[in-house]
Write a protein that binds this ligand. Structure first.
Ligand code: SAM
Ligand code: SF4
Length: 336
């Protein structure tokens, strides 16, 4: 009999949120995320769409209420809508509260209607600059217009859009107030993210690192920020900006420890389950999936093991110039 036991780790945290990376491939090459000549995984190593569907169903059966598809770029995975449409059955059955996605938005115009029709209600779109040249420098691709059009298409389709922006000292630091204002004028929340030392990239991330404590102080010199109690299922802490009327989130893995309330695990596109973004401990679900002979016993045993091994906290350190990344895998493996 497949297990229905909730996923509770050894520190009593109830895991109800899973990020699933459906591909490590991407149509952009953001400088903080990937190197320009990125080597991608052989396709044979990826979980098939059927395996992704099965593992997500196992999570839902064990009490997971929030599923987020990410990558790499999820809209680059062939057959992504087959997966989304299949997963939407859990929404209809009431066993899942939300199915969401984090995307770079480049192909959103093509997919927005279908995502909304499948029952997706909100998505996160990454956008680091409204300036075409700056965007192209960060993403190594001149795609700003497509992303903005993708955001418009998502909103037209009725999806609630939240903007994610990585704060970069040299590239977009000065533009952050404009970006925040732009998002709020359109009724969108926006979350700022500190660069995390994940995977080798071509540049030294330390000279792009800017603490969000510093950014917050700057914003407070001309705006009124009020802390909000509300938390999403993600790690952001939110403030309301009186002057714009909008919500601004801060994700500060390096300067603020949010681990005590962490209810998330992350699945890579090869089926490795990471219990913490900033730690290497992992459980191999692909072997369990492929060895199960039609049942889910090995998969359930692997999930139980994962709960025993979820670490108490990550151990990212503040950046040291020239140091190797804190974890060797790229964010595109584990998903953001
Ligand atoms: N391609 C999609 C996108 O960009 O939204 C989904 C995957 S991407 C890895 C998810 C999020 O992780 C994005 O918001 C991206 O900006 C962020 N990200 C990637 N590498 C990061 C890093 N080293 N530090 C902080 N955030 C990072
Ligand atoms: Fe691609 Fe997203 Fe990484 Fe940018 S952040 S390279 S869009 S996976």
């Amino acid at each position: 009999m497949a297990s229905r036991t909730p996923l509770i780790d050894s520190f009593g945290r109830h895991v109800d949120t899973v990020r699933v990376s459906v591909t490590d491939r991407c149509n952009l090459r953001c400088t903080y995320c990937m190197s320009e000549q990125m080597t991608f995984l052989p396709r044979a190593e990826l979980l098939t769409l059927e395996e992704l569907d099965r593992v997500c169903a196992a999570f839902v059966r064990r009490g997971v209420r929030h599923l987020r598809l990410t990558g790499g770029e999820p809209l680059m995975r062939r057959g992504i809508m087959d997966l989304v449409n299949s997963l939407s059955r859990h929404l209809r059955e009431g066993t899942l509260d939300e199915l969401t996605m984090t995307t770079n938005g480049v192909r959103l115009r093509e997919f927005a209607g279908a995502l909304a029709a499948a029952g997706m209600r909100r998505i996160n779109v990454s956008l680091d600059s409204l300036d075409r040249t700056t965007f192209a420098r960060i993403a190594r691709s001149d795609c700003l217009d497509q992303v903005l059009d993708g955001i418009a298409a998502a909103r037209e389709a009725g999806l609630k859009v939240k903007i994610n922006t990585v704060a970069l000292k040299r590239d977009n630091h000065a533009d952050l107030p404009d970006l925040i204002q732009w998002a709020h004028e359109r009724g969108m929340d926006i979350t700022l993210i500190e660069t995390m030392p994940m995977g080798a990239v071509d540049e030294d991330r330390t000279d792009q690192f800017i603490s969000l404590t510093e950014v917050r102080q700057e914003l407070q010199s001309f705006w009124t920020l009020t802390d909000l109690d509300e938390r999403s299922s993600g790690p952001a802490r939110y403030v309301r900006i009186a002057e714009t009327g909008g919500r601004l989130g801060f994700i500060t893995p390096l300067t603020h420890n949010f681990c005590e309330s962490c209810r998330r695990v992350r699945l890579t596109c090869t089926g490795t389950l990471f219990m913490c973004l900033g730690q290497d401990s992992a459980v191999d679900l692909r072997t369990a999936l492929r060895g199960d002979n039609g049942g889910d016993a090995a998969l359930d045993a692997a999930l139980d093991e994962a709960m025993q091994r979820k670490p108490k906290a990550h151990d990212f350190l503040l950046p040291v110039p020239g140091a190797a990344p804190a974890v060797s895998r790229h964010m595109s493996m584990t998903g953001g």
